[in-house]
Design a protein around this ligand. Structure first.
Ligand code: PMV
Length: 337
């Protein structure tokens, strides 16, 4: 594929947060309550092509070759509306997106999806955006997508709390966080690849509105973030893992205390968590994190990834176990445009 004005193709990878984004302060602008920090993966890419369609009177969107409908279509069209407004060009578009990750299973399909769409749509509509602007734009599709613009570790700033909408929008974007000397892997145990029963959007809303544990978690998450940055800077995988695990368990505690409770953790999730504890007792640095789904991602040294994967396969038989490393940021195809 050639990327240029009118027709552009982009590829992006999912990211997994080590300090979580959970809770919005503005749904319209997708402004989060807390800063978050993630690792972009080198597996499960999404490839998205956007072509302007001068003769069309509505957008044509296919996801994995199947015409999109309902909420999925609505989200893509309203995202394109943002790009059109910014570019001052009302033309409709044809969007073809191919995900290699199961969609809606808490495996960050919306992160890779909206990061790829942001980069491809901006190029197709002739917007000349830098990475920061791509990150802000991707955020509007799905908050976590702001981080998939960048390779490796990325910090998404919540932005200043008491700003005007325009200032708040400008202040909330991701940026890369260097972690020299760290050679990590995330081993992903897919215990259930089916779509979640409660969307992360609805779960966040309910947690912020009703959970008595939400504010304490959001406060402690600030300490987690500053400790995480220090741990990454000194390439201390055990500290990175400990902070990530406690932050994720705390996030799930906020949801369990919501009314009614949101519970993504399944019996198989807990079995995998037990096996992670056992790995640590056996001297392996392995730490778990879970998102809006039952699947478990285990952070470890890359040198230990095969051993960790073997253990997780034993704990979660049936579901695939994949090893991911730090991956590249979102980019246009071909690479040299
Ligand atoms: O970007 P969303 O709306 O899919 O929210 C994702 C939130 C978590 O994955 C649970 C945490 C995170 O920071 O990615």
């Amino acid at each position: 594929p050639q990327s240029g004005p009118g027709d552009a193709t982009a590829v992006a990878h999912p990211n997994i947060a080590l300090v979580k984004y959970w809770g919005k302060r503005d749904e319209q602008l997708v402004l989060p309550r807390v800063d978050s920090l993630s690792m972009t993966l080198d597996i499960y890419p999404t490839t998205t092509r956007v072509r302007l369609a001068p003769d069309a009177d509505h957008d044509h969107v296919t996801l994995g070759g199947v015409p999109a409908e309902g909420e999925a279509l609505r989200r893509v069209v309203s995202f394109l509306d943002l790009v059109r407004a910014r570019a001052g060009r009302p033309l409709r578009a044809v969007v073809d997106s191919h995900n290699t990750v199961p969609t809606g299973a808490g495996l960050a399909s919306s992160a890779s999806g909206f990061a790829a769409l942001a980069v491809a749509a901006a190029a197709a509509y002739g917007l000349d955006l830098d990475a920061t602007a791509h990150s802000r734009l991707a955020r509007r599709g799905s908050g976590s997508a702001s981080r998939s613009i960048f390779a490796g570790f990325a910090l998404w700033h919540a932005g200043p709390p008491t700003a005007t909408p325009a200032q708040a929008d400008l202040g909330s974007y991701a940026e890369p966080v260097p972690a020299p000397g760290l050679d990590p892997a995330l081993v992903i145990a897919v215990v259930n690849a089916g779509p979640k029963a409660v969307s992360s959007r609805e779960a966040m809303r309910r947690t912020v509105d009703t959970s008595p544990l939400y504010e304490p978690w959001a406060l402690s998450s600030r300490d987690d973030l500053s400790e995480m940055r220090a741990a990454l800077a000194r390439a201390d995988l055990d500290a990175v893992g400990e902070i990530a695990e406690r932050n994720a368990l705390g996030m799930h505690a906020t949801m369990l205390a919501a009314r009614p409770a949101v519970r993504y953790l399944a019996p198989a999730t807990l079995t995998v968590l037990d096996s992670v504890l056992q790995l640590r007792r056996d001297g392996v640095s392995a730490y778990a994190t879970m998102d809006a789904g039952p699947n478990v991602k285990v952070l470890c040294h890359r040198a230990d990834a095969d051993r960790v994967a073997h253990t997780l396969r034993g704990a979660a038989p049936g579901g695939p176990v994949l090893v991911a490393g730090p991956g590249r940021g979102a980019r246009l195809l071909p690479e040299d445009t």
